[in-house]
Design a protein around this ligand. Structure first.
Ligand code: PMP
Ligand code: GLN
Length: 391
């Protein structure tokens, strides 16, 4: 009987699916997957409905993306970061950032190359690298500040290094990398002629005075960076799966070559709606920041009441909480205990590390706060039981 190819034989079910199934079985409040439990703004939905009914957008979109969305992506990069992007040759629209990252890896990395990955990493990066026939090389962020050791980063570069995947704002640590950290990465990438695949899907989820700096804006980096983002987080529309890759046309060309034979083109009417959404005024983006600052506060209060220490996230909608004061076991064991006994789901970070480094995340569980206030408050009541049981 035919079986799975060797290329995918080691891939298990994603942790997000595993935890969703468990959470549902136990009727737990799900602070696991970064999936808002509230809806997309109604004006953005209205744009999608209008596009569906316009009689012009229900057949294949142009492969690289609709002209309207490519223009909107370029205008957004100019407005927020002062980047000059060519909407014709410097933008590709993809099926979410997930496809954007995969197309970038396939289009810019050769078999046998090495790709540096910062740990904990988003779960699709390593399978993407392996499917491209390349080798991941891991550089961990160290708690409690969740920063990398510059010497460890430097040691990861070899003559085989072709690319580095950088995620800022960072899932799951909630870090927004500083200019100094980015300059250190940039210097090494320039010295070793390495391409950066910058995953910036949380670019608009930044709090207090934190500032998101795209690494493409650092001197010497534009020509060696492709930036990936998507509409899921900024517009609370994770189900729409519209993403994009932008940068220097010579690099985007490699991504486009892969993209045309992965999906060719993505959902046409939704691209029209996202072109509208990206062009929303600054007040929309400010409102999003305020909404999430409030939700972050609710979750942090819940963690305080439960007695779980954390580092306050500067960005994303995630917090890594240290469960060691209340539980003795692995993150997966704690996640299972929390779901079945307390009724709250979180994501254990084991699968965001290579086996040699998984001890670094061994006392943390990731909680997401892209949830209704009511869900967060109820989760707080349930989590408080942890502190009581401890006494
Ligand atoms: N990168 C990171 C860091 C993520 O957290 C996610 C998931 N939301 C993605 C990429 C995938 O984004 P999309 O849903 O647009 O494919
Ligand atoms: N990005 C989301 C998270 O980190 C989930 C995406 C997924 O389920 N693959 O929670």
């Amino acid at each position: 009987m035919a079986t799975a190819a060797r290329r995918v034989a080691s891939f298990g079910t994603t942790i997000f699916t595993e935890i969703n199934v468990l959470a549902q079985q136990h009727n737990a409040l799900n602070l696991g997957q970064g999936r808002p439990d509230f809806d997309t703004p109604p004006d953005i939905i209205a744009q999608l409905v209008a596009a569906l009914q316009a009689g012009q957008y229900n057949q294949y979109a142009p492969g690289p993306g609709t002209p309207s969305l490519r223009r909107a992506v370029a205008a957004h990069a100019a407005r927020f970061y002062g980047l000059e992007i060519d909407p014709e040759r410097g933008v590709i629209v993809t099926a979410g950032a997930t496809e954007g990252i995969f197309a970038a890896v396939l289009g810019l990395v050769d078999p046998g190359d090495e790709v540096i990955v910062i740990e904990p990493f988003y779960d699709s990066y390593v399978p993407n690298i392996l499917m491209a026939g390349a080798t991941p090389v891991y550089v961990p962020l160290h708690p409690p500040q969740w920063t990398f050791d510059p010497a460890e980063l430097r040691a990861a570069f070899t003559p085989k290094t072709r690319a580095l995947i950088l995620n800022t704002p960072h899932n799951p640590c909630g870090r927004v990398f500083s200019r100094e950290e980015l300059a250190c990465i940039a210097e090494l990438c320039i010295e070793h002629d390495v391409t950066v695949i910058a995953d910036e899907v949380y670019e608009h989820l930044i709090f207090d005075d934190a500032r998101h700096i795209p690494i493409a804006t650092l001197p010497g980096m534009f020509e060696r960076t492709v930036t990936v983002s998507s509409s899921g987080k900024a517009f609370s529309a994770t189900g729409w799966k519209i993403g994009w890759v932008y940068g220097h046309p010579d690099l985007v060309d490699g991504v486009a070559r892969a993209h045309q034979f992965i999906t060719f083109a993505v959902h046409h009417p939704t691209q029209e709606a996202i072109a509208y959404a990206l062009s929303l005024p600054d007040s929309y983006y400010r409102g999003l920041k305020e909404l999430y600052e409030h939700k972050r506060q609710l979750l942090l209060q819940a963690l305080d009441a439960a007695g779980l220490p954390y580092r306050v996230p500067e960005g994303t909608y995630f917090v890594l909480a240290d469960f060691s004061p209340v539980f003795n076991g692995t993150p997966l064991e704690f996640a299972r205990y929390l779901i079945s006994e307390i009724g709250v789901a979180g994501i254990p970070p084991e699968t965001f590390y290579c086996p040699e480094h998984s001890h670094i995340g061994s006392k943390y569980l990731r909680f997401s706060f892209c949830k209704n206030d009511e869900t967060l408050l109820q989760a707080g009541e349930r989590l408080a039981k942890l502190a009581i049981r401890r006494r």
